[in-house]
Ligand binder design. Structure first.
Ligand code: ADP
Ligand code: ADP
Length: 222
């Protein structure tokens, strides 16, 4: 069963086609990168999969069911981490676990702090963190409810080259260890081909798939 499927999906903003039609099947467990120049429709594609906006035409399916809004099965990470500034790192990570029993929440937060190397930063507020730490916290927050799909929109675009490279390695490890399906947007071709198991290129607007290629072998084997 596909984790995500788009069937004849288009998106129009006030008479202006921004995307599509797009047909795309993302099998569970894939690390799909989407590459293309600014304005070609990458963020629009991600917002439709996230459920932030409905398609103008066509259907977006997650786990076989139509997407009708954002949900805990699809975690999202943006270029700007958008952490809650009044909450600690722990509080941010715990945000999607508000309904879990306290003990389970505490255990899950500890697990995510360890997974993202933020054990020492649990009590810090976002303004006290480096850019890389903020992005780790945002990733941990997105993963907390155990989403099946992690949607990332240029997540490392604002980081310095050194931090970006480290984060790239970390996200690959995290993908390998958790089995989460990843949809990763970037305008950087090198990032797209080194990170993904599959790359699609978009050109537009309106964004159309101009290339769909398997790359890098199965990184899970490494
Ligand atoms: P990318 O992420 O590849 O830079 P976007 O998906 O943001 O591309 O944008 C695709 C096209 O849709 C662009 O032409 C952009 O100007 C337009 N667009 C994006 N969001 C909106 C919006 N909210 N209202 C009107 N036009 C938009
Ligand atoms: P302690 O319980 O040792 O004081 P924390 O302040 O890190 O440590 O929080 C403990 C646990 O409570 C965290 O692991 C997390 O599960 C949860 N938590 C922390 N802040 C919040 C918050 N603002 N909203 C919901 N849960 C939170």
């Amino acid at each position: 069963l596909a984790a995500i499927e788009l069937r004849g999906v288009t998106r129009v903003y006030r008479d202006r086609p921004a995307l599509g039609p797009i047909d795309l099947v993302i099998p569970a467990g894939e690390f799909l990168t989407v590459v293309g120049p600014s304005g070609c429709g990458k963020s629009t594609l991600l917002s439709l999969v996230a459920g932030f906006a409905p398609p103008t035409a066509g259907t977006v399916l997650a786990d076989g069911a139509p997407v009708s809004g954002p949900g805990p099965s699809r975690g999202v990470v943006f270029q700007q981490p958008r952490l809650f500034p009044w909450l600690s790192v722990s509080g941010n990570i715990a945000f999607g676990l508000r309904r879990s029993p306290k003990a389970a929440r505490k255990e899950r937060v500890a697990e995510l702090l360890a997974m993202t190397g933020l054990e020492g930063a649990a009590r810090l507020k976002p303004y006290e963190l480096s850019g890389g730490m903020r992005q780790r916290a945002a990733i941990a927050r997105a993963l907390a409810p155990r989403p099946k799909v992690l949607l990332m929109d240029e997540p490392f675009g604002a980081l310095d080259a050194f931090t970006r490279e480290r984060m790239q390695e970390e996200i690959r490890e995290l993908w390998r260890d958790t089995g989460v399906t990843v949809l990763f947007i970037t305008h950087d071709v090198t990032e797209a081909t080194t990170l993904g198991t599959r790359v699609i290129a978009l050109a537009g607007p309106p964004g159309r798939i101009t290339l769909d290629a398997r790359v890098g072998g199965d990184l899970r084997e490494k």
